[in-house]
Write a protein that binds this ligand. Sequence first.
Ligand code: AMP
Length: 282
Amino acid sequence: MKLCKTIADLKVEISSAKASGKTIGLVPTMGALHEGHASLIGAAASENDITVVSIFVNPTQFGEGEDLDSYPRTLDADCKLAEGMGADIVFAPTAKEMYPSEDMTWVEVTGDITKVLCGRSRPIHFRGVTTVVSKLFNLAEPTRAYFGQKDAQQVQVLKRMVKDLFFNLEMRIMPIVREADGLAKSSRNTYLSPAERQAALILSQSLKKAEEAFNGGEKASSKLVEIVEAHLKTEPMSDIDYVELLQLPDLTVAETEIKKPHLLAMAVRIGSTRLIDNIILG
Ligand code: AMP
C-alpha cells in the first residue's frame, strides 16, 4: 500500500491507474478508523481495481468551539487497518495542501436539506463537507465513492451535490456498523468515559423503540418522535440536540402518517460528546 501525503504524489498514482483503465473506489474519512470505516474500505476493495482511502481532519467542517484540535489522529494504525481491508493508497494531506490559500472556492448545497438536523446546530458543517469532498473527487477521480449511512444527512447532501454538479461517479452507501450492544461505531466514542459509554446506549435503544412501535402499527410521525424523546429522557446523562423524522430523500417535513421512507435521526450529547444515530422507517 502506498501512503501519499501530497497531491502531487496522489496524482502520479491516479494517472497511472486511469491510463491502464482501472476503476477507482474512494473512501473519504477523517481517520481514527474503526470497523465502520473498514466496511466501506472492504466494499470499495471488492468492487474496484484500486481503492483510495483519504484521511483528512477537514478544518472547514468544524465550527468554533468544536473538536477540531482534539479529534483523534492515529495515522499509523489507520494505515494498517486500511491496508488490511485491501486499500491500495492512503491519501493523508495536510490542511495547507488541501487549502493552499485563505481566499478559496466553496461548494455549497443550499436549501433545507443542509439547514435541518445537524445543519441547525452546525451551520457551516455541510459547506465544509461538500467543499472537501468535491476536492477529493477531483483529485482521486473515483468510479465509485463510499459513504456510511451513519451520517445520513451527509449522504443526502452529497447525493444532491453529485446530481447538481454532474459528478461522474457512483455513490455507494453502506449500512451503519454497530457495537454488539447497539452503539453506532464512531471515532468520537473514544471521548466517552465508561459511564458515558453505558449511557450512550440510549440512542440506539430509543431508535429501536420507535422501530418496534412503527412495526407494531404506529404510523403517526409526531407520536414516533415522542416515543424517541421520551425514551432518551429516561437517561439522566443525555441532552437532546434534536430528534427529527423527515421524508427521504430531500429531508422535507414528515408526512402526518408515514407511508413512504422517512429518516428518523437524532443528535444527543452524552456529557460533552455529541453523538448521532438514525434509522429509516417505511
Ligand atoms: P468520518 O471519518 O467520521 O468522517 O467517517 C468517514 C465515513 O465513514 C463516512 O462516510 C461515515 O458515514 C462512515 N462511517 C463512520 N462511522 C460509521 C459506521 N458506524 N458505520 C458505517 N459507516 C460509518
